[in-house]
Design a protein around this ligand. Structure first.
Ligand code: HEC
Length: 129
């Protein structure tokens, strides 16, 4: 009889264990954000104020960056799209976009962002065709 009375306790114990495993397993499944999504988030915070994503959008501060991925891929300097984008972000005044003034875009992004954030931003910009 006593063995039968103990059985539900064991079941209760096992179900608690299963719940813990499910919760911990669920935590492990949280993946890091996709780089493009993360890059878009960073762009919205740091870049959108000066760089509209509408080709006909405001261009008073910086050029709209609609289609910048395609422009980056077709750069005339022989750089890869990624190299060109990185250079433009880290060192914006090496080549100044025609019709714009040097010195307006912050020159601190190379150190402001963590490398993983910079790569996410570049991946996002490269995706803008
Ligand atoms: C205070 C305004 C300002 C902010 C903020 C800013 N930029 Fe700029 N950006 C400019 C200006 C002005 C230019 C054009 C002059 C130049 O090339 O340096 C430019 C140029 C660029 C270019 C080259 C465009 C081309 O057609 O050659 C890229 C790419 C760029 N910015 C990306 C970014 C990214 C990414 C961010 C956010 C991390 C950012 N910018 C933040 C003002 C800004």
């Amino acid at each position: 009889m006593s063995g039968q009375r103990n059985l539900p306790k064991y079941l209760w114990f096992y179900s608690i264990c299963l719940m813990i495993i499910a919760v911990v397993g669920g935590c492990n499944q949280t993946e890091p954000p996709d780089p493009i999504t993360e890059g878009q988030r960073i762009y919205t915070i740091y870049c959108l104020g000066c760089h509209s994503l509408d080709p006909a959008g405001p261009a008073a501060l910086g050029p709209p960056l609609a289609g910048i991925g395609t422009r980056a891929a077709n750069n005339s300097e022989g750089l890869s799209a990624t190299e060109w984008l990185r250079r433009e972000i880290i060192n914006p005044d090496v080549v100044v976009a025609p019709g714009y003034t040097a010195g307006l875009m912050p020159r601190t992004y190379g150190t402001d962002f963590r490398p993983v954030q910079l790569e996410a931003l570049i991946a996002y910009l490269a995706s803008l065709e």
